[in-house]
Design a protein around this ligand. Structure first.
Ligand SMILES: NC(=O)c1ccc[n+]([C@@H]2O[C@H](COP(=O)([O-])OP(=O)(O)OC[C@H]3O[C@@H](n4cnc5c(N)ncnc54)[C@H](OP(=O)(O)O)[C@@H]3O)[C@@H](O)[C@H]2O)c1
Length: 343
């Protein structure tokens, strides 16, 4: 397949908008594009490759007419449309968490587990935007020594919640600075000038659903059910790009030099590590670029086989839209777009 027909479901959203930008930048070979959103957006047009495209509602008939449906709307919308897409022979590439842990659905970061695409049955899921950089780093470093355990703390931007949360951060910030009353809708507390150790609902074990997603998704993608993962996910008042502090425990001793050397040769990863010159990754540098940035690589002084580092990644690009496009590119390259129907 040299060219494909695509539908973008959630085209007006934070991920959908970045999807259109990246598809243009990469010249993703689209022969026809259909843009879908909710009833609220009917009547709007969106620009793609300088053409004004009308926003439509997603239907079974529309899904029958495309090769790929990129779904970035919500779990409910994915649960409604992804099975229909698979049924009519279209590949659904889904950004939501709806199908990530379904055994018949590959959960894919192409640099890590592209081979899992071979057995897809019409739905492919992308991981949570915090899991993606984590598995890219762990997969690369497992070439040096088996990874036994990782403790990861995330500092996640508001666009991880969607475009309404970005609007809320901007609104609260300007109102607080000018001493006006402000509203709190997207989070349980104000996000401007604050930090929330709370992303998604709390579970019985005291972790949040977001934190447990990092545990389960990491094991699934790396095909390692024994891997020990503990996460604390924190929302911070940053517009775009998630940061992560990682403490990784290996089976053998691994030096920071080895880690730096391995990571600097990996596709999709860029090492920025010169702390004495104030060089380390920050969200303002990661935003708008494709690479996962890694710095502050050091020996973990609390464990003989431990390494600590700081990782930053644009949650809308590699954390979502770029990963989805790379999956489609891989599927076209591997010639595995056609599939037998789901279930
Ligand atoms: N943001 C991230 O960093 C990130 C990363 C990985 C995965 N994801 C996942 O990607 C999805 C979208 O996230 P987002 O941040 O882009 O959210 P968002 O900014 O809130 O956008 C939601 C999109 O869904 C559309 N939508 C709502 N109801 C719909 C319907 N009935 N039919 C079709 N489209 C409908 C909205 O259209 P209207 O404009 O018409 O309301 C909008 O385009 C979520 O499942 C999220 O979990 C997000």
């Amino acid at each position: 397949m040299n060219e494909c027909k695509v539908a973008v479901i959630g085209a007006t959203g934070a991920v959908g908008q970045v999807f259109l930008k990246i598809a243009e930048e990469r010249q993703f070979p689209i022969s026809q594009i259909r843009l879908c959103a909710s009833e609220r957006s009917i009547g709007k047009t969106l620009k793609f490759n300088s053409e004004e495209i009308p926003v439509e509602l997603c239907t079974r008939e529309l899904l029958e007419e495309v090769d790929f449906a990129f779904i970035s709307a919500s779990g409910d919308i994915s649960r409604e449309f992804a099975p229909i897409a698979a049924e009519v022979g279209t590949v659904a590439i889904d950004d939501s968490s709806a199908f990530r842990m379904d055994q018949s659905v590959p959960l894919v970061v192409p640099e890590v587990n592209a081979n899992d695409l071979d057995s897809h049955q019409g739905i492919v899921a992308i991981p949570n935007c915090s899991t993606t950089p984590l598995v890219m780093v762990l997969k690369s470093l497992s070439k040096v020594s088996k990874v036994k355990r990782v403790v990861v703390d995330t500092f996640q931007s508001v666009t991880g919640t969607g475009s309404a949360a970005l609007q809320e951060l901007e609104d609260q910030s300007s109102k607080i600075l000018s001493n006006q009353n402000f509203s709190v809708n997207e989070y349980p507390h104000q996000i401007a000038f604050n930090v929330l150790p709370h992303i998604e609902p709390f579970q019985e074990n005291g972790y949040t659903r977001e934190e447990m997603k990092m545990v389960y998704e990491t094991r699934k993608i790396l095909h390692d059910e024994q891997l020990m993962v503990s996460a604390t996910c924190v929302r911070v008042p940053v517009p775009i790009s998630h940061s992560e502090s990682m403490h990784i425990e290996f089976e053998d001793r691994v030096s920071p030099e080895e880690v730096r050397q391995i990571l600097s040769t990996e596709a999709g990863i860029k090492v920025m590590d010169d702390p004495f010159s104030d060089v380390y990754p920050m969200p303002i540098q990661a935003t708008g670029i494709d690479d996962v940035l890694v710095g502050r690589i050091r020996k973990d002084v609390s464990h003989p086989n431990g390494i600590a580092m700081w990782v930053v990644c644009d949650n809308l690009r590699k954390g979502a839209a770029l990963n989805a496009i790379q999956i489609a590119e891989q599927m076209m390259k591997k010639d595995v777009v056609k599939h037998s129907n789901w279930r």
